[in-house]
Design a protein around this ligand. Structure first.
Ligand code: SAH
Length: 212
């Protein structure tokens, strides 16, 4: 572990606050989670910069700003309890979610990434997370409904199966589009789904079908 990671994580949290993140729970999560354990040794010196980084398998650990902002958006929408994450990846976003909501369900299609993320979360004593190796397009039917659903890979269209797994009053956040992506928020009221476009974003694609 970097000896001075505490200071680096705190500085990152302060930077995100200057960039407009306001939720204190989220800012505290960023200030206390050692992001360097979620990247390869050779990239550790970049772990507290506000940038996405490669994590192998053609995937990336998301930019801290977008991790914090998406988590904050769910909290601002009133989500507190059950959150489904699609695309565990490094597990960093999962850790931030674990410190911001009561219970996290996270689905990843690449077994090696899922296994590594699980180990990291245990290392941080975050036990309110359950993980599944599976296809995120299908969500996690047996644990539905969810108060919040966060997708951290981009799909051409909003996965309908995920909307079906939202609780009444629940909120889905997902990057939608291929070349041009937008972060979209969908709020469920009974059988009515209201869509809001939040901002342009850039994520790796949500892969259809098979798992690895
Ligand atoms: N939040 C993660 C982002 C990882 S990148 C982080 O910050 O580390 C997106 C992740 O989504 C990758 O790990 C990729 O393997 C995963 N993914 C892509 N398509 C998927 C699918 N259909 N089901 C589950 N996971 C998927």
């Amino acid at each position: 572990m970097l000896a001075n990671y505490n200071r680096s994580a705190k500085a990152l949290s302060e930077l995100l606050q200057r960039e407009g993140v306001e939720d204190s729970q989220v800012l505290t999560a960023i200030a206390t989670i050692p992001r360097h354990i979620f990247v390869d040794d050779v990239l550790q010196h970049k772990a507290y910069q506000n940038t996405a980084l490669p994590i192998g398998q053609g995937q990336t650990i998301s930019q801290p700003y977008i991790v914090a902002r998406m988590t904050e958006l769910l909290r601002l929408a009133g989500v507190r309890n059950k959150v489904l994450e699609i695309g565990t990846g490094s597990g960093y976003q999962t850790a931030v979610l674990a410190k911001s909501f009561a219970k996290i369900y996270s689905v990843e299609r690449i077994k090696a990434l899922q296994w590594q993320a699980k180990r990291r979360l245990h290392q941080l004593d975050l036990y309110n997370v359950v993980m599944k190796h599976g296809d995120g397009w299908q969500g996690w039917q047996s644990q539905a409904p969810f108060d919040g659903i966060i997708v951290t890979a981009a799909a051409a269209n909003i996965p309908q199966e995920l909307l079906a797994q939202l609780a009444d009053g629940g909120v889905l956040l997902a990057p939608i589009g291929e070349q041009q992506q937008k972060l979209v928020m969908v709020i469920r009221n009974g059988e009515r789904f209201t869509e809001h476009v939040i901002a342009p974003v850039r994520f790796v694609p949500l892969i259809p079908g098979d798992i690895e």
